[in-house]
Design a protein around this ligand. Sequence first.
Ligand SMILES: [Zn+2]
Length: 418
Amino acid sequence: MSDNKHSNHVILATHNNLRYERSLPIQWGAKDPLKRGPVVASITDPKSRNAIGTHSGSYTVYRALSIASGQFASQHRPDLQNTESPVKIGPFPQWHDPKKIVSLDPWGLDPQTNFGPLYKKGYDIRPTIAVTQAHLQIPEIHDALRAGRLKPDGKIVKENMDIFVTKVAIDPVWYLPGIAEKLKVEEGELRRILFQETGGMYPELITRPDLKVMLPPIGSSTAYIFGNAKDLANPKVELTCRVHDECNGSDVFGSDICTCRPYLMYGIEDAARTAQRGGVGIIVYYRKEGRALGEVTKFLVYNARKRQKGGDTAANYFLRTECVAGVEDARFQEFMPDCLHLFGIQKIHNLHSMSNMKYDAIVGSGIKVVNRISIPAELIPADAQVEMEAKKAAGYFTPEKKKSKQALKKVKGRNIAE
Ligand SMILES: [Zn+2]
């Protein structure tokens, strides 16, 4: 055994003697944080746990590997001194509605402040949200400055072309009854399917129906705020927002088969411009790669699109995804607005998204949307015309006229070898 002394004794939360011993009840949506109760998902004290799963989303598995290799002491408790948010966020009325936010824990922001007395009693409560500030250096923003579309103001856009932002990392925390309700499924059925489809990863989904909160091993979300974060909750302040689902190939590597990076960069430019004229901007980045089907599926679909008879056309865009993946889109947008409710958002003046699923989810969650902004035509890469025209034909928001079926066949991408 290593110096880190990880115990060989496996403790399942299903053991009867662990029930309720030190675990605090969670009253989801309660106004007072101490009444709401902290989500205790750390594993240093199994008797205090009141949630299924543990912290850090998908990185929980890397943590396990690090512990297994002897690098990481499993009993380590974070020293949270000086880690608190540099700006005040919340509480907002949305935090107190058990049906409004179901996929993150607003009280997971600065728990050392919200649950101070419980730390003194030895509870190992971990943050699930963290806020910090940064400068962004982005080539497209530099282009916008050179073209005069943006001007430095010394505050939002610095003289050296940096953009000042507040960024917020948000780990997933699911309130299972609320998740089930949004999916329109019985909670028991949801728990059974989650258990089965992860290969039996969390037995407590079945054996501990009293545990209502789960920290799923999935990717997090990140919000980038341009301007004053507290203005997000003020419906009178102009708000520009983009809700962006991860597309690593385009976002990071500049792959030209889709419009993800150009649309994201345009969102950042417009968010900064809004903040400069006294408004506020927010970009929320969700780790839902390839419509939440993942990159392997996505690349298979690209090949199938390019090799099909007649080539890669807008007419067959969605069909090919469905053939490979079994569904054309595995994202479920009903929880997406949770990240907006975290900041108390009530009204979005400029929504950068062409997706009706996203628009419907945002409006359905009680947020007003004034304008919908589609990507400017000149920012669409040539090979991405296939995706863009297919989406517009399928009813994605656009101020333009839809193309006919015949015309869609003519919108073609490159061949596989090109
Ligand atoms: Zn993309």
